[in-house]
Design a protein around this ligand. Structure first.
Ligand code: DOR
Ligand code: ZN
Length: 441
């Protein structure tokens, strides 16, 4: 593998930017030198990064790359190409597959299926289905255990009485990740709202009423209480309301961590009129006041990390009537550009960006050699041009679904070179490298 030095760039860390040269040898960062440009003779290939930012590759702990079983929506080749194009160098893939990844045999089959086919690094979740604790406890090399408290794509919600079992019986070295919505609450709302539309077409906006903020808050409260009772850290996926964040704040001491998605920070329920089912997602898009609340909590450092919840579906499926259309938004490709644009707007600092997208995902999920540009860390590196302005176009969409609600948006600040394990995989918007992604656990 090549030796190279990223010369003259500004290196991003949780503390902000510092001018330094980054030396890479055999897929590992071997030196970060603030003695810029002064290394003298060396056999490292020079890559000029003047006026660029050199940041750690983004670690997206929440994607659905749809294999096995639904490769017509996405597969690991297209999903991981979209990821690296957008500066994501490691993904954790969800287990709501067909068949679900809920056993050691299913994990083994998934590993075999994906090996050698990913541009980015990856980890796999195992699903808690209410009855597979023994399998989970014997599983090794997983990034965590996914628990759906309500039905979503794949109908994998578990009954409330099994939730407590997860806290009690799943080995403590496994990270528990929850989809936090209350199924009974959703069912009751559904009856009431759908009855209103007897015989008429139901608009997509009803989704936010059926799966309302109260259903999410109710379950988040139960999960936080269980974390306290069993003194067991938990991670709550895609928190969507200000009220949940206020609540989570009171349970931080019990090890409750959480993530927020780009779509919950960008879209509000008045966007249904334009986007319809394209922004149907679970948990749903909320009110504008929640966007404000989530940004407030992000700025206060209360939200641990940002994850895309990249959940592509075929356009023909999204074009079905509301009740039949699947929930999910493809977002792995646009996550970093959206927040680089925020850095340019001074909504976020580089330090915050690195913390939410790189350092904390690595820390919470135990990735010891990723998430930082430091000596000894893996060379998963993104070179960013903060001056580059570009509109995200439909032809840029690499996800197999071929569409995105972010198409047409102009962003300033783009990843231009993406290295995975020291290999240049994407250069100036073109996938040029090989499928060098490795399983990370
Ligand atoms: O909107 C969603 N889509 N939420 C989920 O929980 C699952 C995901 C999917 O897999 O489509
Ligand atoms: Zn998801």
């Amino acid at each position: 593998m090549k030796k190279f030095v990223l010369r003259n760039g500004e290196v991003a860390s949780v503390l902000g930017l510092l001018k330094a040269d980054v030396y890479v040898d055999n897929g590992v960062i071997v030196k970060v030198s603030s003695d810029v440009g002064k290394a003298g003779k060396s056999d490292f290939e020079e890559i000029d990064c003047s006026s660029k930012v050199v940041m750690p590759g983004v670690i997206d702990v929440h994607v659905h790359f749809r294999e096995p079983g639904e490769a017509y929506k996405e597969d690991f080749e297209t999903g991981s190409a979209a990821a690296v194009w957008g500066g994501v160098t490691t993904v954790f893939d969800m287990p709501n597959n067909k068949p679900p990844t809920s056993s050691i045999a299913a994990l083994k089959a998934k590993r075999k299926l994906i090996a050698g086919r990913s541009f980015c690094n990856y980890g796999f979740y195992i699903l808690f289905d209410g009855n597979n604790i023994e399998e989970i406890n014997r599983a090794s090399g997983i990034c965590g255990v996914k628990v759906y408290c309500a039905h979503s794509t794949g109908n994998m919600g578990v009954f409330e009485n099994s939730l407590e079992k997860a806290f009690k019986e799943i080995r403590r070295d496994k990270v528990l990740v929850f989809h936090s919505e209350d199924e009974n609450c959703i069912e009751e709302n559904k009856k009431a709202y759908l009855a209103e539309f007897e015989g008429r077409e139901v608009p997509a906006s009803v989704h936010s009423k059926i799966r309302d903020g109260k259903c999410a808050l109710m379950m988040t409260q139960k999960l936080c209480e269980l974390a306290k009772k069993y003194k067991r850290p938990i991670h709550i996926a895609h928190v969507s309301t200000d009220a949940e964040m206020d609540l989570i704040e009171q349970y931080r001491e019990f090890g409750v961590t959480c993530e927020v998605t780009p779509h919950h920070l960008v879209f509000a329920d008045d966007d249904y009129e334009y986007f319809g089912n394209l922004i149907k997602v679970n948990p749903p898009i909320r009110e504008r006041s929640d966007i404000f609340g989530l940004w407030k909590h992000l700025k206060m450092g209360n939200i641990d990390l940002i994850a895309s919840d990249h959940a592509p579906h075929a356009l023909v499926e999204k074009e079905l009537p509301y009740v039949d259309a699947p929930a999910g938004i493809a977002g792995v490709q646009t996550m970093l550009p959206i927040f680089l644009n925020s850095v340019n707007d001074e909504g976020l600092s580089f330090g915050e960006l690195v913390r939410f997208c790189c350092a904390l995902p690595a820390e919470i999920f135990g990735l010891k050699s990723k998430g930082k540009i430091e000596e000894g860390y893996d060379a998963d590196i993104v070179v960013v041009d903060m001056e580059k302005e570009k509109t995200f176009r439909r032809e840029d969409v690499l996800s197999k679904c071929g569409f995105s609600p972010y198409v047409g948006n102009l962003y300033k600040g783009w990843p231009v070179k993406i290295f995975v394990g020291g290999e240049l995989v994407c250069d100036e918007g073109k996938i040029i490298g090989k499928k060098v992604g490795k399983e990370v656990f």
